[in-house]
Design a binder for this molecule. Structure first.
Ligand code: ADP
Length: 491
């Protein structure tokens, strides 16, 4: 947005050059007619040949300028070349006007006022300082002509019958004519160049305002599209959440209704209540996961970025989940390298990573399977050390089509739904959100009915802190704030 836009000056100048050429054709036509009429009216006192040559020269250079101007436009000539062409035209006009005035009476010719017209046109077409140059040249040419004729250095062509034949020799007339025209020239140069400059500035401002409006409109349209996408995502998420929240409540309600309506025999009441309790637990798990997911959307806090030992946390979690694996006769293999550096992350978040990955492995691996948990350290392609871990199982696996959706909220594979009805489909979304939060990454390799391995990497605490520290300067730094609460293992 900081880009400044300018009017395409080159284009405007080349247009002006061509406009001037067209204007000259018109002026040439009028000039010839006026000269012929004047000559006829005065009884053919004018020298026809020199005047015809002057008009011919004008026609010739106008044609030349026309051709050159058209070439310059097609070759996209630089601004300075266009400006030189414009100066050339104005100066030629001033000189030819002087010659025509000389051959048509000099001081006696009332059309000396045409100098003012040329100065006005020049001042409108080109920048300030050149207006005064034109005014000076025009006044100099006129005064020079009058003086040379007055002194008899060059011949004088008298407009017999129109003005007194000796007037061109009277010094006061020469001075008065020169001063009057000089004042008119400088006056119009000042006025017209100022007016033209202001108009051009206004035009430029308008153009820039217009261009910046267009840019803003494009930016607004882009943001609007993004907002619509986000809104769609949000609506979709709300639909999913409400659907998922509704299911366990509806189940609990129908269990209770059965009991209240007396459809459940005495001996089965405990069993039905236990089922209702299990669904209530599902509901709590879901709410816990949703809260965790919502917390991951909040701005990052400085207090979350404290060094913690991923290996110790992993051992805690494995101890906690070991009985679940033993219940399924699964073999748990722990493979931890020595001297693993700490990671810069909240302990609660790292615990959540382990809980979700290990409990999933146990859940989606049949009885007697094997689960291997590895933790180590390696340097990435940029040479930065990263703590890397993986959880490998010999479970049901995930087919390739489903793998790309696996980190989406509420996504559960068909085989997982068959194997374990209990599950929120939020655990892996939470894990991937945690990885994103701390500059890490997570990915998987899996083969149906063979097993799955979830890999992750996190930056080490002893690496440059900028790699993982919150980049969001607006996030409040709260050293005493407690880390987000850990939900019960949902998987
Ligand atoms: P949940 O386990 O509660 O369904 P998760 O987000 O933890 O939700 O997992 C999402 C889905 O990913 C699971 O439903 C399952 O389909 C698949 N999944 C996760 N871990 C494994 C695994 N170790 N083996 C096979 N499938 C898995």
């Amino acid at each position: 947005m900081g880009e400044i836009l300018h009017i395409p000056v080159e284009q405007a100048l080349s247009e002006r050059v061509r406009w001037l050429v067209k204007l000259r054709w018109l002026a040439l036509g009028i000039g010839i007619v006026v000269t012929l009429v004047g000559d006829w009216w005065l009884g053919q006192v004018l020298p026809t040949l020199p005047l015809a040559i002057c008009f011919g020269v004008i026609a010739f250079y106008n044609l030349t300028f026309w051709i050159v101007a058209s070439r310059l436009v097609s070759q996209e000539a630089p601004l300075t070349v266009q400006a030189v062409l414009l100066h050339g035209q104005i100066l030629c006009d001033l000189m030819l006007l002087t010659l025509i005035l000389h051959f048509s009476g000099g001081l006696e010719n009332p059309f000396s006022i045409l100098y003012v017209l040329i100065v006005v046109v020049g001042s409108i077409l080109i920048a300030n300082r050149f207006s005064y140059l034109y005014a000076t040249v025009a006044t100099g040419l006129w005064a020079g002509l009058l003086i040379l004729e007055g002194l008899g250095i060059i011949p004088h062509y008298n407009l017999t019958g129109f003005r007194l034949p000796f007037r061109y020799q009277e010094p006061w007339h020469i001075v008065a004519e020169s001063v009057t025209l000089g004042m008119a020239n400088f006056g119009v140069a000042y006025l017209s160049s100022n007016i033209a400059r202001r108009l051009r500035e206004g035009e430029r401002e308008l153009y820039e305002a217009n261009a910046s409006c267009e840019l803003r409109a494009a930016e607004l349209a882009r943001l609007n599209r993004r907002l619509r996408e986000l809104d769609q995502d949000r609506s979709m998420f709300i639909r999913l959440v409400t659907h998922e929240l509704r299911a366990p409540v509806a189940a609990i309600q129908s269990y209770l209704r059965l009991i209240l309506d007396g459809y459940v025999p005495e001996e089965r009441i405990e069993e039905i209540v236990a089922k209702a309790e299990a669904r209530a637990r599902d509901q709590l798990d879901l709410i816990g996961d949703l809260l965790d997911l919502a917390r991951l959307q909040e701005p990052r806090r400085q207090s979350e970025f404290t060094p913690c030992d991923a290996a110790t946390l992993m051992n805690d979690i494995v101890d906690m989940l070991r009985t679940r694996a033993e219940d399924k006769d699964q073999i748990l293999i722990i493979d931890v390298e020595e001297d693993i550096p700490q990671v810069l992350a909240s302990e609660e978040h790292i615990r959540q990573v382990w809980i979700n990955l290990v409990s999933n492995a146990i859940k989606y691996t049949p009885e007697g399977g094997q689960i291997t948990i590895h933790l180590g350290c390696k340097a990435d392609s940029k040479g930065e050390r990263r703590v890397c871990g993986h959880v490998q199982d010999t479970g049901i696996g995930i087919n390739p089509d489903e793998q790309k959706h696996i980190f989406e909220s509420f996504y559960r594979t068909e085989s997982a739904k068959t194997m374990a009805s209990h599950g929120t489909g939020l655990g892996l979304s939470i894990v991937s959100g945690i990885m994103e939060r701390y500059g890490g990454r997570i990915w998987l390799e899996s083969e149906p009915n063979v097993g799955t391995t979830f890999f992750f990497e996190l930056p080490c605490a002893d690496e440059e802190p900028q790699a993982v520290l919150p980049s969001d300067a607006k996030a409040p730094i709260d050293k005493n704030a407690a880390p987000p609460a850990l939900s019960a293992p949902s998987s």
